[in-house]
Each structure stands twice: as structure tokens, then as C-alpha cells.
Design a protein around this ligand. Structure first.
Ligand code: GLU
Ligand code: MG
Length: 451
């Protein structure tokens, strides 16, 4: 099947001078690793994949590696099998196309630590309930002038300011055009709060495609920036103070044409199933954090007052609640209503973020959980006693605590599989050791240009 698709694609790709295919996967440190293959090998690679050592499971963000009981060492091989259904040309890298990889054993069976495989399994569980999810990752990044390691904001204009759009007018047009040409339909592109910060939202898709799109969009954003003499960082913390970059996940759940977020009798039109699903996500947010905010630097972003929402609570349009309900404009709510997990950044694997959200949500459904009352104030403005009376917890404030919660999570261990779960723990611990002696500036410098 892949071979036939490859033959048709090859004709098109040759016609527009595409020469190389970048085949990527996201490793357990959140970095996209790649093999490039010439297009005349497309049919062969589509069928048999291209080799990559499984030691990638224990790579760290600084290119060191660790080991876990199920990963590490120089022996063995896996095949990166490009998913040609997601193949896209890279307009900002003329001559290149891209496809996300499934990682499979040489026998062809899925590698248990393949993130796309793990997400597919969770989508199957949703489908067994008769549901499907729709998701979109919101991307934030900061632009730095030139190619140096120091961060020098590439715009001087104010937050959300039109001045910034004028300063980077051609960049914005080229970027929107490149994303649209890849089938990522841009919904919004705007300057964000921090110096040199921008954000894009693309149309929602089914979870696997949404995760793929976030990988492709980041590749494209980086390449367009480079063509304009700028460096792009998606790091959660780019400087030691100020707000960081999030990669919030928006999601809704559908039963046929019914948006379960909007077609019920509960508050904000929630159905019982959706409310239980959200209650499950809310309950597991601390356990999920080592997946959704997985780097040491992630916790410099997760500060009160940064709209990164480090509090375990939910609320309608509450940008300091880790789980924000987005009902949508009144005339649109049956299609637009969704929820947003804000405690996500771009050092996370989008595939695993989607997978743990589904797993936590389904656990809520299975336990028939109900949501506590919504929080409609800034939890950071409340004193500890007031927060306690409302049942609002501060989420783990560092990766050590988050990893500990994750290590003890049976639900996430089951969802990710024993091997991936233990390998993620090993990678988190090794990255903590990497930065054990670093101050904030060292953590930021060591993370800024990696993902
Ligand atoms: N930059 C904020 C973050 O780190 C998000 C701002 C917003 O989009 O609400 O999550
Ligand atoms: Mg934003």
C-alpha cells in the first residue's frame, strides 16, 4: 500500500524538484531526530523504513544519553517508517519534503516506545466508546536576531502590538503561506506577550494528525525565521524572568456529529461523559506533568502570573486554570466548544501529551468522576487558606516532584506501557542530573536552542 502511494507521490515530487525526504520522530527528550533519504529511495523506504538505533529512546536534550532497563546501548536497530499520508513539502526548505515516522522493529511490529504507536492505542480506546477526539496544539515561540546563542528579541514593538507585525510583515506572510501550503490551516497568527514572541493556531485535527502538525509547523516556523535572519526558540523559558512559551493543547470529543463538550445539560452545555472525561484529566494533571512539562526549564515557565496556569483547577475562560474551558462564541458553541490544557510546553512530545490526556480522560469516564465547582478567579490571587477551601492545589513546582508523581501513576504506566514509562523516568532523572549544578541562567542557556 505504502509502495503504491510512494510511486504516485514520486511523480509529483520529481515534478517540483523535491530531492530529499526528512523522516522524523520525537525522542523521549522531546527533540525531533531525523534521517534524510533521497527521493529515488522513496518506494523502498516507504516499505522497509530506514534504520535508526533504539538508543534514541534514552537520548537527552544535550545529546548525552542514559539507560533504562528497556533501552540503551549500541546494539540493535529499528526502522523509521515514513507515514506518507502525512508527507508535506517544506516550502521554506526548497528541495525537501517531510514525513513523520513510525518506529518499528525489523520484523515490522510496532516498537513499544514509538510515540505514534502509543497515541494510536489511546485513540483506539476512545473509538471503542464510539468517540473520537479533535485536537490542536497552540504554538508560541520567540525570535532572536542573528544566529548567536544569546537571545536578542527580533522585535521592539509592544505585546500583541501591530508594530511587531509591521516590523516582521514579510516574515508573517511567508510563514502563513508556508503553513497553508502544507495543509495546516492557519486560524490566527499574532505577536504574543513577551519580547519577540509570536503565536500561531492551526485548525484542529484527529489527535495523531494534530501531533504531526505541531512537529511540521515547528520545523517550518524555524526554517522561515532562518530565511529572515532570525533564530527561533520554542523553549519554555527563554530568559530567566518573564513569561515563557507554551504549547497548549485544545481538545474536544465527538460522538458522530455531536460535540460532547457542548451538547449536554450540564454547566456550559457539557455532557456527563465530557464532564467525567475532564474530571479525569484534572485529577491526573500532576501525574501527567512529567510528560507535558518534561524538562527542567519547564518549571521556570510554570509560575503564577505567567498565564501558564500552574494550578490544578478548571474554569471557563480562566487563563490561570490549568484546565481552561473554552465555550466559544454563542452562535458557534456546538462546533467550537473545547477544553485547553495549559500546562504543556514544546519540550514535550505532542504524541505523548495527546496520549496521556486521552488516558486520563478515559480513566475519569470509567470512574464516573464529576467535576468540582469551576474556579472563576485567578488562583494566584488567593491566599493558601482560600485556595485550600476551594480545593485548588499548586501543581508540582519542579521536575523531581513531577517525575515522582509520574513514576507512581498506574494509569499512565498502563497507557504508555511499562517500557516507555520506565524509560521516560530514566530520561527525566538524567536531565535533572545534567542540570544539578546549574543556576537558572545555565538551565535557560542549556535548553534555549534544543527543541
Ligand atoms: N505564554 C503563556 C504560556 O507560557 C501563554 C499565554 C496565553 O496564550 O495565554 O503558557
Ligand atoms: Mg498564547
Amino acid at each position: 500500500m505504502n509502495a503504491e502511494v510512494a510511486a504516485d507521490l514520486l511523480v509529483e515530487l520529481n515534478a517540483d524538484q523535491t530531492r530529499l525526504l526528512a523522516v522524523t520522530f520525537i525522542d523521549n527528550s522531546g527533540i525531533a531526530r531525523v534521517k534524510g533519504v533521497p527521493l529515488d529511495r522513496l518506494a523502498e523506504v516507504a516499505q522497509w523504513g530506514v534504520g535508526f538505533s533504539p538508543v534514541a529512546d534514552v537520548y537527552l536534550l544535550d545529546d548525552g544519553f542514559t539507560e533504562s532497563p528497556s533501552a540503551g546501548g549500541p546494539v540493535g536497530d529499528l526502522r523509521l517508517l515514513p507515514d506518507l499520508g502525512e508527507l508535506a513539502r517544506l516550502p521554506a526548505q526548497p528541495g525537501w519534503a517531510w514525513a513523520p515516522a513510525d518506529r518499528v522493529a525489523q520484523s515490522g511490529v510496532p516498537h513499544p516506545q514509538c510515540h505514534r504507536h502509543v497515541l494510536r492505542e489511546q485513540c483506539r480506546r476512545l473509538a471503542a466508546h464510539g468517540w473520537r477526539a479533535s485536537m490542536a496544539f497552540e504554538l508560541e515561540w520567540m525570535l532572536s536576531i542573528g544566529d548567536g546563542d544569546e537571545f536578542i528579541p527580533a522585535t521592539t514593538g509592544p505585546a500583541y502590538g501591530m508594530t511587531r507585525m509591521v516590523e516582521l510583515s514579510d516574515y508573517c506572510v511567508e510563514l502563513a503561506g508556508a503553513l497553508d501550503a502544507q495543509g495546516l490551516h492557519v486560524q490566527q497568527l499574532h505577536p504574543e506577550y513577551a519580547a519577540g514572541q509570536f503565536e500561531v493556531s492551526v485548525a484542529a485535527a484527529e489527535p495523531l494528525a494534530a501531533a504531526d502538525h505541531s512537529v511540521l509547523a515547528r520545523q517550518t516556523i524555524r526554517a522561515v525565521g532562518q530565511r529572515h535572519g532570525m533564530r527561533t526558540t520554542f523553549a519554555p523559558s527563554v530568559t530567566t524572568d518573564g513569561v515563557g512559551n507554551g504549547m497548549h493543547l485544545h481538545f474536544s470529543m465527538w460522538d458522530g456529529p455531536r460535540n460532547l463538550a457542548a451538547d449536554g445539560d450540564g454547566p456550559f452545555g457539557m455532557t456527563t461523559q465530557w464532564s467525567s472525561f475532564l474530571a479525569g484529566v484534572l485529577d491526573r494533571l500532576p501525574e501527567m506533568l512529567a510528560v507535558t512539562a518534561p524538562s527542567v526549564a519547564s518549571y521556570m515557565r510554570l509560575q503564577p502570573g505567567h498565564w501558564s496556569a500552574p494550578f490544578q483547577c478548571w474554569g471557563p475562560e480562566n487563563r490561570e486554570a490549568a484546565l481552561r474551558i473554552v465555550p466559544g462564541a454563542s452562535g458557534q458553541w456546538t462546533v467550537a466548544a473545547n477544553a485547553e490544557v495549559k500546562t504543556v510546553d514544546a519540550t514535550a512530545s505532542p504524541y505523548l501529551v495527546a496520549a496521556v490526556v486521552i488516558a486520563a480522560g478515559l480513566d475519569g469516564v470509567e470512574r464516573e468522576l464529576t467535576l468540582p465547582p469551576p474556579v472563576e478567579v485567578d488562583p494566584g490571587s488567593l491566599d493558601a487558606a482560600a485556595r485550600e477551601s476551594l480545593g485548588i492545589e499548586r501543581l508540582p513546582t519542579n521536575l523531581a516532584v513531577a517525575t515522582d508523581r509520574f513514576t507512581r501513576s498506574d494509569v499512565l504506566r498502563a497507557a504508555l506501557g511499562e517500557h516507555l514509562h520506565e524509560t521516560l523516568v530514566a530520561v527525566r532523572r538524567a536531565e535533572m542530573a545534567t542540570f544539578a549544578d546549574a543556576d537558572d541562567a545555565g538551565i535557560v542557556d542549556g535548553t534555549r536552542w534544543r527543541h
